[in-house]
Structures are given as C-alpha cells and as structure tokens.
Design a protein around this ligand. Structure first.
Ligand SMILES: Nc1ncnc2c1ncn2[C@@H]1O[C@H](COP(=O)(O)OP(=O)(O)O)[C@@H](O)[C@H]1O
Ligand SMILES: CC(=O)N[C@H]1[C@@H](OP(=O)(O)O)O[C@H](CO)[C@H](O)[C@@H]1O
Length: 455
C-alpha cells in the first residue's frame, strides 16, 4: 500500500514556498515544521458518474493547495490564508463543528481534519498552526475544494503520527468532504493522492483502483475557465443530480424485481442485472418515460410515502424538489460510462486516428452533459463552441459544470494559434475577463499527486 511521498523543498529557490514561509513567520513568529501539498485535477472524460459507481479519467494539474504547518500541544487550530479573500480562523481542536448552512472556507479544512481524527480514532489531537495557499481557480470544476480537504487531512495525519496509504486517504477524504453537504463521488480525492506526473489515470471504484492512461503525444490539453462560478455546497444543483440518479436506479431495480432499497447507484443495479452498458441504456428506454417524474409518481412506483422517500433517497437540500428527469440523467450516465471505457481503450491501442476518436468522445460527452444532464450553462457552451472553432479536436465542460472550466484537446502544433483565437473570441470581448487570461486559459500536463515537503 503506497504512502504519500516525503521530499525536500528549497524555500530559497521556490519563491512561492518562500512567500508561504514568510507569511508563516509573520503570523506565528516561528518557522513551519513542514509543508503539505494536494493537487487540483482536470477530468478528461467521465462526468457525474463517479457517484454512480463508474470509472472516470482525470489527471492532476500543477495548481494545488499548499499548507505550511507547525504542531503543538495547545489544543487549538489556527488557520491563516495567504489570500485576503479568506479570513483567519481559530477554534478548539477538540470541538470541531461544520455548519452545512454556510460553506465558508475553513469548513473544508475542518472536513479533512475531523475526518482524519475520527478515522484514526486520535484521542488527544495535536494543536495546529497553519498557513494555507491555493493556486487552483475556485468553483471552476478543477477541484479546489477537494484539494483543500485532502491537504488538511494529510497535515492532520502527519502531525498526529498516523500513516494511512494513498488509497485509505482517498477513500477517507471522499467520505469526509460530504460533511460540507455535497454528495460527491471519490474522483477528486483519488486523483489528488494517486496522481503520477506524466500520466492520466483511470480511476475505478469499489474497490478504489488507479491505472495509468498514456495520452497521445501529438496533442495537448488546454483548460479554459468560463469564469462563471457555482459553489457546489452553496447550491442544490449538484445534489439534485445525485438524487435523480439514485431514484432512477431504485425504480429500475424495483421494476426488475430486485430489493430496490439495497441500491443507490446505477453501477450496482447494472451488475445485479448482469447488463452491459449498452443493454443498460436500452433498459432505461424500456422502463423510464422521457417526461419528468413527479414526486408523487416516484412514491407510487416505489410504494412509499413522501417521508419514507426522504429517508431512503433524498438529502437535506433536495427535500423540496418536485420533479425528476430520470430518463435523461440515466441515459447520460450509462452512455458516459461507455465513453470513458472507449477513451481508455483508444489510448491503449493507439489507432492511427486516435486523436480524432478521442476528440469526438469529448464532444459527445459535452453534448450529453449539456442536453441530457443539463449541467452546463450558456457561457460554458459558448466557450466550448469557440474552442472547437479555434482548432480543438474535442472540447467539453470539466467537473461539476453549471460554470467553471472546459477542457480541450488541441494538436500540439496548434496550441499557440488555439490560445490566441480563444483569447480573442471569449476573453477579449469582456473587460472583466481580459486582464486575467493567463490564469484562466492554460495548457496543462499530467501532474503529480499529494506530497509532504521538509526544508
Ligand atoms: N485557496 C483556498 N483557500 C481557502 N479556501 C479555498 C481555496 N480554494 C478553494 N477553497 C474553498 O473551496 C470552495 C470551492 O469549492 P467548490 O465550489 O466545490 O468548487 P471546486 O470545483 O473548485 O471544488 C471555495 O468557495 C472556498 O470555500
Ligand atoms: C467533491 C465533489 O463532490 N466532487 C465532484 C464534483 O467535482 P468538482 O465540483 O468539479 O470538484 O463533480 C464531479 C462531476 O464529475 C464529480 O462528481 C466529483 O466527485
């Protein structure tokens, strides 16, 4: 079981770490004991299917969260952020409460801290003095929240002398990020810990497993931020999709004679019925009507009261949802899961037209996210169209959607003209956007995962 690596950092050479150290010295009057980092990620394909139990295909990006830390016996947690947008925070480390009503930044740190302490049954936790520095654009679908949760868990583990493997940390962080209120899958945390520089990963669940995916050498992946922000935990869009998938899987299970209460994810229903993904898409057509389902209709099919449905299938911020688009969400998930496997197979077999096949899979994924899953937005659709017009072989929203980033696969010899064209057509038209193009439009390579650094 592989553990998070421990390496060396030179604050004299690495100016960012030098600034973090200065902030630490200025805040606490001492040097940090060590630094921890956890990376953000870009999902190349496989959107909104990890919480349905299906494999996804992300890669880590170089942008990350770094936490400088010193532990003590004060019984206090002290947080300072290098970004003035986020305030300071302090609390009793033995009295951690996470208010789901307000997903303020330090609550994400508390998710990782609380999750690790509970998982390892730490009885007298070390006090922590921390400086947090993040370079991942927030609420942009690049997993800034998970990087913060994962980095906080890593700091807590190291400070309290615990030793969890990357897989244990990934599973634990996928679970404890849900303390914030969102019912996400485990993709972000898995790639943040298990990434290896130079390769994308196929992340499989139950059991958690990561496999290298060698990307074609003649293409480059470029991230472009629509600059429309949606905070997952502050809205219900995300959790409504999770519930629609859960209800669809339970109705399919019940209609096919299974004990539906035992099922929450499409992958488990597909497996129990012994279906291929193509057969599962046909079962959706056979069982679910295309029109939205009312809550009453769902209760009738499952033979439960509204209260019982709340218990078996809903979440706090989805209790008042009236209609559910079960057919379209289910069709997206099964078809997207298929596209992930086709993407991986194409990368492995390297056919002559690999980049065309991969590009088309990305385009089909965006179309499905936009039309069936309805997790895009006008600006993001416009950005994806501009990327395709600018020379991308494929382009699609990445991450939760409803804003955030697109990822484009561009021929390596056309990256400069691509960036110039997207800059003019998307960012150049808006004064608010044109100043920050370089942080919102950038080529990326598969980055490494979480690490601990000593000076
Ligand atoms: N550098 C950071 N410092 C403190 N909090 C951060 C930082 N980056 C992200 N966050 C927290 O994570 C939240 C974004 O989470 P979310 O909306 O789920 O987007 P994402 O797609 O980036 O995970 C921010 O609103 C903030 O509370
Ligand atoms: C922490 C969390 O909930 N992350 C979920 C979210 O990612 P981002 O909001 O893009 O970080 O949406 C994607 C959609 O593919 C996955 O479901 C993932 O599990």
């Amino acid at each position: 079981m592989e553990n998070v690596p421990v390496g060396k950092v030179s604050v004299e050479i690495n100016s960012r770490y030098g600034r973090i150290k200065d902030k630490f010295m200025g805040s606490y009057g001492k040097k940090p004991d060590y630094y921890a980092r956890a990376s953000g990620r870009v999902n190349l394909i496989g959107e909104h299917i990890d919480y349905c139990g299906y494999s996804v295909l992300p890669m880590a990006i170089e942008q990350d969260v770094v936490i400088a830390v010193s532990s003590n016996d004060s019984g206090r947690l002290q947080l300072v952020n290098t970004n003035m947008e986020y305030g300071m925070f302090e609390c009793d480390i033995n009295d951690l409460s996470i208010n789901k009503e307000k997903p303020v930044w330090h609550n994400y740190f508390l998710c990782g801290l609380k999750g690790l302490l509970e998982h390892c049954k730490v009885t007298s936790p070390k006090g922590l003095q921390c400086v947090v520095d993040g370079t991942i654009p927030k609420s942009a679908g690049l997993s800034s929240s998970s990087a913060l949760v994962c980095c906080a868990a890593l700091v807590t583990m190291h400070a309290n002398g615990q030793a969890l493997s990357k897989k244990e940390l990934s599973d634990m962080c996928a679970h404890c990020e849900r303390f914030i209120g969102t019912e996400g899958g485990g993709m972000d945390q898995a790639i943040s810990f298990m990434a290896n520089k130079g390769t994308a990963k196929l992340i499989e669940f139950n059991p958690l497993k990561s496999t290298d995916v060698e990307l074609p050498e003649d293409v480059v992946f470029v991230i472009s931020n629509s600059c429309v922000e949606l905070n997952k935990a502050a809205t219900s869009h995300f959790n409504i999709r999770v519930v629609e998938c859960r209800l669809a899987s339970q109705i399919i299970a019940k209609t096919k004679g299974l004990k539906w209460r035992e099922f929450k994810r499409f992958a488990d229903v597909q497996k129990a019925l012994g279906l291929t993904l193509d057969e599962a898409v046909n079962v959706v057509k056979e069982i679910l009507h295309q029109e939205p389902y009312t809550k009453e209709e769902v209760c009738g099919i499952l033979e439960v009261t509204a209260d019982e449905l709340a218990q078996t299938s809903l979440s706090a911020n989805t209790l008042d949802v009236k209609t559910f688009k079960l057919h379209d969400r289910a069709t997206h998930v099964f078809s997207e899961a298929n596209r992930v496997l086709q993407f991986k197979k194409t990368c492995d077999l390297k056919p002559a037209d690999a980049s065309v096949v991969l590009g088309n899979l990305m385009k089909d994924s965006h179309t499905s996210c936009r039309d069936l899953y309805q997790c895009s937005c006008d600006d993001l659709d416009r950005l994806v169209d501009i990327c395709c017009q600018s020379g991308a072989l494929g382009s699609r929203l990445t991450g939760a959607g409803w804003g955030g980033c697109a990822v484009s696969m561009v021929p390596a010899n056309q990256v400069d003209s691509f960036i110039k064209s997207v800059t003019e057509k998307y960012y150049g038209k808006d004064d608010r956007l044109k100043e920050k193009v370089t942080e919102n439009l950038f080529a990326t390579q598969p980055g490494g995962g979480a690490a601990i650094y000593l000076e």
